[in-house]
Design a protein around this ligand. Sequence first.
Ligand SMILES: Nc1ncnc2c1ncn2[C@@H]1O[C@H](COP(=O)(O)OP(=O)(O)OP(=O)(O)O)[C@@H](O)[C@H]1O
Length: 332
Amino acid sequence: MLKVKDLNLVYENKNHVLKDINFEVKNGEIFGIIGLSGAGKSSLLRTLNLLQRPTSGNIFLDEIDITTVDKKDLRNLRKKISIVFQHFNLLSTRNVFDNIALPLEIEKKDIKEIEKKVDKILEEVNLSHKKSSYPSQLSGGEKQRTAIARGMINNPEILLLDEPTSALDPQTTQKILDLILDINKRFNLSIIIVTHEMDVIKKICDKVVYLKNGSVEFFGPVHELFVEKENEIFKEFYQEINIDWSRAKQLSSKETIKLLKIVFWGKHTHEAVLDEVSKKYDVKVNILYGKIEHLKDNPYGTLIINVESENGKINDFIKELDSKVYSLEVLQ
Ligand SMILES: Nc1ncnc2c1ncn2[C@@H]1O[C@H](COP(=O)(O)OP(=O)(O)OP(=O)(O)O)[C@@H](O)[C@H]1O
């Protein structure tokens, strides 16, 4: 487990970029760091394997505070927590095989062992056919696979990925995300991924830290970010719900009409809860906005509805519906 405690980073020019950061990453988790440009995501990632020393605070890897590690133990630390850089950092004069072999050569490993390990990892990232190619002969996705393979060659406990899909087209992005999910499952490897793409968080992450101006604005499971914090965080990140609120409120201005926001989560998302409860209380439902999305393995749905009842049972209807959905908010 990786635990970050009260971490601060002040650059030499007095720029205080990370402020009292706290979070933890459990073994085998895929953990996202998200935020707007300049929020401090890359700075945070680089402190996690001490490429950038924090100004204060602690980073515990399995209870040991790595911020106290001295220079000679840094190489061992970076074998345990390895990083894949945003622009891959492949050496242009070395082919794919030799790029991946580099960390083992630095360790002065036996040539036979190097060949065996590199060939195995090449197979795992589906790149055996490109082992003799040079970086200039590779597509963006192949460069990323090479960089990930090099990051994996020393069997790290944690793999840090800086914007692994930012330079890729949507199809290649999907393939790289599948690869990340695959290595996470196969090796029970913890993966910490910096991204500015909400879709990446949705598709592969278990937990997430949302950074704003260097502070943790949210830390928790991805579905909580989407479901509970949607209004606060998403408004500044992107306008998630596209609805004409003044019209919706005007429609709901009568005493007998209420405007509701309902969130469904997990297996209940596909159940006909709304239909059943509205029939039971004889309430008319008018859907103003609706969508179902997928977060890793679970669907979640959002509905904005107004409901109308002349029989005085609208509050009973709301109470029962509230007990059957993930969350319900009376907007008006
Ligand atoms: N070495 C440095 N010295 C001083 N300031 C720096 C240094 N590196 C980054 N910064 C500043 O720290 C802030 C955070 O930068 P960082 O690259 O960590 O943000 P980010 O969230 O990763 O941004 P982006 O999404 O644009 O890559 C920015 O204001 C940046 O200019």
